[in-house]
Design a protein around this ligand. Structure first.
Ligand code: F6R
Length: 368
């Protein structure tokens, strides 16, 4: 049942190329139009949407953070991301023109469900991104995009996360198509890039031994930090959450630009810091990340850098370098999250923890 793996989690990490491919299947018409069959909101209503609010918890919230970058960039619609547990208690501004997107792997998370109910009383349209057919959240939503990860058994979300990212990209591209903010050929170009992702994820998995070797040297670590920028920031948060959940270790993710505003005081000799290095591009993200890395190294941190193939500029600043395939910045979370999942799984295993059933956690959280 675990396909020769020791844990469901490890099996599910390895299923990600397939899960991502399945979640992309059948989304394009022969004429090259994006189609999302399960979105039962008319194109007319979608054209009127003037704000998107994403609500979710935990790992699903981090997928929502990536979605915000994609939606604002491709669709030019303002987008907020909010923890479902905070949403209805702050009296959010919701109208008929607000699209609320609820992201939930299980479809049963009570915080998210209550947030949806609140949004619907305000007449906003609710679209669910969900992995579980017939669960409560899609049943109570106006529309749903199902991810096709297959059942996720390990308590820590892995293939659930990657397929949520795919659904978020699809939604963003679909909104761009309906709103006309992007041309068909641009949308098709991104779809081609998405369809290449299963192969890239497999490449990362083929290099898993490097990550396992690294995990060995961090048994006994007391704290691990994660730095990212742009779409790499939610990846940093996700890497930290995986370590907390599985290795019961103090771990924190930061936006690299925020370091100097406080967290850099945490850095001491030999503190391990994972750095999600953005692809080199016209946007200066890469240069900015390198200067952040220089700052922490100057204070004794040991940097473990996730950087794209061919990025030689990072080499002097990485104590350990884990290579990622070359992909666009917005899509990088699909490959960058994987070594962090492998690291947390392996470190927890070496520490003797139950990876599939971490202490104090349940797979679906059905109480608020
Ligand atoms: C982390 C994890 C949790 C869930 C969160 C939301 O590995 O699994 O943080 O992501 O409880 O769950 P869903 O997506 O089922 O609503």
């Amino acid at each position: 049942e675990k396909d020769g793996h020791d844990w469901f989690m490890r099996k599910e990490i390895h299923e990600q190329p397939r899960a991502v491919a399945d979640s992309l299947l059948g989304r394009r018409t022969p004429a090259g139009q994006l189609q999302l069959d399960e979105v039962r909101i008319s194109d007319e209503d979608l054209r009127d949407i003037d704000k998107v609010i994403i609500i979710a918890c935990g790992t699903s919230f981090y997928a929502g953070m990536v979605a915000k970058y994609a939606i604002e960039h491709w669709c030019r619609i303002p987008c907020e991301v909010e923890l479902a547990s905070e949403f209805r208690y702050r009296d959010p501004i919701l109208t008929r023109e607000t699209l609320v997107v609820a992201i939930s792997q299980s479809g049963e998370t009570a915080d998210t469900l209550q947030a949806i109910r609140h949004a619907r009383t305000q007449r906003s349209k609710v679209l669910a991104i969900c992995n579980t057919n017939g669960s409560t959240i899609p049943r109570e939503s106006d529309a749903v995009i199902y991810t096709h990860a297959g059942p996720e058994i390990g308590v820590a979300s892995t293939k659930g996360f990657l397929t949520q990212l795919v659904a978020c990209y699809l939604l963003a591209l679909y909104l761009a198509q309906v709103k006309g903010t992007r041309y068909g050929d641009e949308i098709n170009q991104v779809m081609d890039q998405l369809e290449a992702m299963p192969g890239h994820i497999q490449t990362v998995l083929d290099r898993e031994e490097e990550v396992y070797a690294l995990a060995k040297s961090y048994v006994g670590a007391r704290s691990v930090l994660f730095l990212g920028r742009h779409a790499g920031y939610p990846v940093a948060l996700e890497g930290a959450l995986k370590l907390k959940e599985l290795a019961y270790l103090h771990a924190e993710g930061f936006a690299a630009g925020e370091l100097k505003h406080g967290p850099i005081a945490l850095v001491e000799q030999d503190l391990p810091i994972w750095c999600v290095v953005p692809p080199r591009g016209r946007d200066q993200l890469h240069e900015k990340m390198i200067s952040g890395i220089q700052e922490v190294r100057a204070r004794g941190a040991r940097t473990i850098c996730l950087a794209e193939d061919g990025d030689t500029a990072i080499e002097p600043y990485a104590d350990v370098l884990i290579r990622l395939p070359k992909v666009p910045t917005l899509l990088q979370p699909l490959v960058a999250a994987v070594p962090l999942q492998l690291f947390a799984c392996e470190l927890a295993t070496l520490m003797g923890h139950d990876v599939d059933q971490p202490r104090n956690l349940a797979k679906s959280v059905t109480v608020e």
